[in-house]
Design a protein around this ligand. Structure first.
Ligand SMILES: [Zn+2]
Length: 92
């Protein structure tokens, strides 16, 4: 896995909802195996996916992610925070 990329799994209780956040070099992204909120994924549409999706898959396979248990009430807050971080990023 690339250095400085960290995967965080938010596990929300009691619903059991899961949110994966990949912390990149400058920003955090909400990432799934088939989707990412980063610029590369959404605008450049790389067929092989972006580095965050790769990092997520690798992290899941090797169990190398940080798990944070959060309350359902925090879900929208965390979601908004991470999304805001992405939207503040301009094209590079
Ligand atoms: Zn990405």
């Amino acid at each position: 896995m690339q250095k400085d990329i960290k995967v965080i799994k938010y596990f929300f209780k009691p619903s059991g909802k899961v949110l994966y956040v990949v912390k990149g070099f400058h920003h955090d992204y909400i990432t799934t195996k088939t989707f990412c909120t980063c610029f590369d994924y959404n605008f450049r549409k790389k067929p092989e996916g972006c580095i965050h999706m790769k990092a997520l898959v690798e992290a899941l396979e090797s169990n190398k992610y940080e798990e944070i248990i959060a309350d359902d009430e925090e879900y929208s807050q965390i979601f908004k925070y991470e999304l805001y971080d992405v939207l503040s990023e301009g094209p590079r």
